[in-house]
Ligand binder design. Sequence first.
Ligand SMILES: Cc1cc2nc3c(=O)[nH]c(=O)nc-3n(C[C@H](O)[C@H](O)[C@H](O)COP(=O)(O)OP(=O)(O)OC[C@H]3O[C@@H](n4cnc5c(N)ncnc54)[C@H](O)[C@@H]3O)c2cc1C
Length: 296
Amino acid sequence: MLQFKNYARPDTVEEAYELVRKGRMNRIMGGGVWLRLQDRRISTVIDLSSCGLDKIEETEDAFVIGSMVTLRQLECHQAFNDATCHVFERAVRDIVGTQMRNLATVGGSVFGRFGFSDVLTALLALDTEVELVGAGTVSLATFAQMGYERDVLAHVIVHKHDYRASFQVVRRSATDFPVLNVCAAEWDGWHVAVGARPTRARLVEGAALGLPATFTAEELAAACERLAQLPFSGNMRGSERYRRHLARELGRRAICQTAGLEPPSPDPVAPAPRTVCAHTLETPDQASEGGDPACS
Ligand SMILES: Cc1cc2nc3c(=O)[nH]c(=O)nc-3n(C[C@H](O)[C@H](O)[C@H](O)COP(=O)(O)OP(=O)(O)OC[C@H]3O[C@@H](n4cnc5c(N)ncnc54)[C@H](O)[C@@H]3O)c2cc1C
């Protein structure tokens, strides 16, 4: 069971940072959704909900996302999703359910750098930075490789570009953790993030990916092969070999869909088309009587 000795609710991120640095066993709480699953004793838990970090601000060249913004808030933010080809929306829609996404925060998801994270993979392929109170502003790609320091993540900044992007994932069942996820984005060249390897997502770009803006079938195959050569391992959701295969195939799909060479994958969670029973539409009288019982 998770136990807190003290509870603090500072008004600023600077106060929160001081508190977290004060004790080795002090921890920040975002939505608390992941934290609450742990069996540990926390000396002081620091709740950021009074620090004014629950807003998404759109500036001329970026979206500045407070760390306490929930996954659901960002998933429903029209301007952000339109500007980023809906990759975030695609990435989070299968995370358990709406109630949970109303609690889980962007800060907790990014700071956690969970190996399975769909959030990290989606944001990694975009031009994203994180603003930490102690360590300052660093690119998400750098942050994803860093160790866990006692710091406070204040904002996630997604810079605007003329993005073309696609998010692909395989889950064994809807709402399960991903077996593997890939996000490809084209802005100043190609950027492809591969996550749930099952360790932390990795970004492959530039010479490491070797994919020109317009590419031949051979160049695409070589780039996908490079994705498949990342370190992978097996766990209960999939073997190393299966993940390698998925990295190659999901990478290919993500790049082709981004480049407009393939139509978007069918939406697995789109509401099924409603079947309308012809009998119920026959006459207004029948409709007011409740229609044909055969159709009920
Ligand atoms: C059952 C379940 C299934 C899930 N499935 C998926 C999935 O399929 N895909 C996916 O991407 N995610 C998944 N998640 C993870 C989820 O989306 C969130 O990432 C997770 O709950 C963390 O967010 P939180 O706000 O609850 O963070 P918390 O639990 O509050 O915190 C998580 C960690 O981050 C630290 N922290 C939080 N905020 C900050 C901050 N601002 N600064 C510094 N440190 C901070 C905390 O100290 C803690 O160590 C799942 C979670 C659960 C519980």
